[in-house]
Design a protein around this ligand. Structure first.
Ligand code: SAM
Length: 339
């Protein structure tokens, strides 16, 4: 396939992104589309696309340009997310471009895994380092209820394919919801026994069209940890990363377990990331509604410096933590900004 992406031959003076709270920003999540092929009840309404218009205004070349400018600012890790990133036909090209951009060390993706059979080999060849697959239940009927689509068997087979490859770091994202899947902790942890996979239990966030958030389904990271420890008293706490605040290994398991305390926001002081929305806005905090628009600069072919300034302005406004974000706003769906 002939590539529409080219690397720009410019040589910027390196000044990394550091916010006003002295946090270095070296990780960017790019929502490459707001479209999704599932309708998870805690995320999207059935009518989502009709209401939200075109899936993305960022073109292939725009995303390529964004990645290069970010790399020049010290961004080392890119995550492609959405919406569902595998709905973009140019996704392999985007991964390859990111991987070949000097300065980018790690290219990752978050996907629901439905279309993975179509793309897995090509993503691996393009250099994708790591893949997070979202799956909230191991029961097909529950899966249909949560996602409002009948794709469980396909996703399950795709996860097996991915694990059999042994070459790509794999994580499973499980949003924990009281009374919906909270009785499946053991089944998920058991997947780590024979597989080199990290199972990550996520706190529910207040970003959903239906506000199931308000219906008592929330389970705090502390509560999830308590449930996990009751089931597996031998779990050993590990260092964890900036996102996996609580990480655990079990002496008998090849993989590991992590808890992501998203809503309780008790690890904002380690936050190293910015987000680019599918309509081209830079967001410096999941809870901050104020975005910095890249589109005018991209569409008029502005110089690198103009784009750099937008990123620097966004990082300068990064709030100390999610509780101090502008308006402390809740969004109608994670698909707008990428989870
Ligand atoms: N379509 C891809 C997927 O399903 O992984 C990527 C986008 S999705 C918005 C990214 C992650 O955000 C998924 O793991 C999803 O479960 C999570 N997510 C979406 N809405 C959420 C919410 N209200 N609370 C917690 N996590 C949520």
């Amino acid at each position: 396939m002939s590539s529409t992406l080219q690397h720009y031959q410019e040589f910027p003076v390196f000044k990394p992104l550091v916010d006003s709270h002295r946090r270095s920003v070296n990780y960017a999540r790019i929502a490459v589309t707001s479209q999704c092929n599932l309708r998870c009840s805690y995320c999207l309404s059935e009518e989502h696309e009709k209401e939200n218009g075109p899936s993305s205004t960022l073109k292939t070349a725009d995303i390529g340009r964004i990645i290069e400018v970010l790399a020049g600012l010290g961004i080392e890790k890119i995550r492609f997310t959405g919406g569902e990133p595998l709905l973009r036909r140019d996704i392999v090209e985007l991964v390859r471009h990111a991987k070949n951009t000097p300065g980018i060390r790690k290219v990752t993706m978050t996907s629901n895994g439905v279309l993975l059979d179509r793309y897995l080999q090509r993503l691996a060849s393009a250099g994708l380092d790591s893949l997070n697959i979202s799956i909230d239940t191991l029961d097909s009927e529950r899966y249909r209820k949560i996602t409002r689509r009948n794709e469980f068997e396909r996703v399950k087979a795709n996860i097996s394919r991915l694990l059999e490859m042994h070459s790509m770091e794999t994580k499973l994202n499980v949003v924990m919801m009281r009374g919906i899947n909270s009785d499946e902790i053991r089944q998920f942890v058991e997947l780590t026994r024979e597989n080199n996979v990290t199972v990550r239990f996520l706190e529910l966030q207040p970003f959903d069209d239906h506000q199931i958030w308000r219906t008592g389904k929330f389970l705090s990271a502390e509560k999830i940890m308590e449930m996990l420890m009751d089931l597996y008293p031998d779990l050993e706490k590990t260092e964890g990363s900036a996102t996996e605040f609580f990480g655990f290994n079990h002496p008998e398991c090849k993989g590991s377990v992590a808890i992501i305390p998203a809503f309780t926001r008790n690890f904002c002081n380690q936050c190293n990331r910015i987000r680019i929305t599918s309509d081209g806005k830079v967001i410096s905090c999941l809870y901050d509604k104020h975005g910095f628009d890249l589109l005018p600069a991209l569409q008029t072919g502005s110089k690198r410096e103009a784009l750099e300034k937008i990123f620097r302005d966004a990082v300068a406004r990064k709030p100390e933590d999610g509780k101090h974000a502008s308006g402390n706003s809740f969004r109608s769906s994670m698909s707008e900004i990428g989870g």
